[in-house]
Design a protein. Structure first.
Length: 153
């Protein structure tokens, strides 16, 4: 005998909202909110991280890490879970357009471990470019990551 709340995920439509042909899924919305809340928390605690320096460095750090997370998560999905389609047609890795059906399908599939690796690589590239301490900045960022993980789950 099943209880109503157990069936709740089956009754929720995966699309949060649509504007014309553009649809936003709940999963994408949760990823966006997770990134937003982590950025908000990091911005509030930025004053305590003296090594980071200026606001420009803060936003540059965020762009390095977020691009690393996105690229790493997508490439991680392709490597760990991808089918042979990606190797035969590599443009499907980052193309939101399905050339066979002629429809915009979005980019589906992200890997947590790929995103983690990409974020670490983005942070490493940032600290190498600005000659800062990798361990000090990672110690500042890591406590805020459960916010994003919570939102993505």
């Amino acid at each position: 005998m099943s209880i109503g709340w157990q069936l709740l995920p089956l009754n929720i439509h995966p699309i949060a909202f649509s504007i014309g042909f553009f649809s936003v899924s709940w999963y994408a919305l949760c990823y966006f909110l997770g990134a937003f809340f982590v950025i908000l928390a990091l911005a509030r605690s930025k004053r305590r991280e003296a090594e980071l320096g200026t606001d420009e460095n803060f936003w540059t750090l965020l762009s390095f890490v977020l691009w690393g997370v996105l690229l790493g998560a997508r490439l991680g999905y392709v490597v760990f879970y991808g089918t042979g389609q990606f190797w035969g047609e590599p443009w499907h890795i980052f193309s939101p357009y399905d050339f066979t059906t002629g429809a915009w399908v979005g980019i589906r599939g992200l890997s947590f471990f790929g995103g983690l690796f990409g974020g670490v690589v983005g942070l490493f590239l940032f600290v190498r470019k600005h000659q800062l301490s990798f361990l000090r900045l990672s110690d500042w960022i890591v406590p805020f990551l459960p916010i994003a993980i919570f939102m993505g789950r």
